[in-house]
Design a protein around this ligand. Structure first.
Ligand SMILES: Cc1cc2nc3c(=O)[nH]c(=O)nc-3n(C[C@H](O)[C@H](O)[C@H](O)COP(=O)(O)O)c2cc1C
Length: 128
């Protein structure tokens, strides 16, 4: 990482968790990260809800900061997408069930993109 002055790390949520490799990366590179300008973003579908799309209101972001002990300079929360047709049978069933109880879309023949790409572009600009 030595050749870079800014480091941006992004990770999505699968069944309530960021990939453990992200935590591992942060742990192993802690000293190097401390010296750089850093940013972290999380992608999940809970963030499709207005009241859960900010760093201080998104449960996965809060958990990440707590578990990693890392304090990036910039944070962002982005809503991802639900792509039912690409999921395995069991994932489709489980995600549909979660959508049912959280008032999300349940038509498994469709793909739903919740990403606010302006928000992504603004974050990119801020980081630059
Ligand atoms: C198997 C699976 C489990 C998921 N579990 C969650 C979850 O627990 N909470 C959530 O908010 N989003 C969940 N999502 C939604 C993902 O965060 C969203 O689809 C994101 O765009 C995935 O990005 P990726 O394909 O780059 O991993 C899940 C998606 C998949 C495919």
């Amino acid at each position: 990482m030595a050749q870079y002055s800014k480091i941006v790390i992004g990770a999505s949520i699968r069944y309530g968790k960021h990939n453990p490799l992200v935590y591992e990366f942060v742990k192993v590179n802690r000293d190097e990260l401390q010296k750089k300008s850093t940013a972290f973003f999380t992608v999940n579908v809970v963030a499709r809800k207005k009241e859960k799309n900010q760093p201080n209101t998104n449960p996965y972001m809060k958990k990440f900061l707590e578990l990693s002990g890392w304090q990036p300079d910039k944070l962002a929360v982005f809503a991802g997408r639900i792509d039912y047709p690409s999921y395995r049978f069991l994932d489709r069933l489980i995600i549909r069930f979660i959508m049912l109880i959280t008032k999300g879309p349940t038509d498994t023949s469709q793909t739903y993109e919740f990403t606010d790409w302006n928000k992504v572009a603004n974050f990119a600009k801020e980081v630059l």
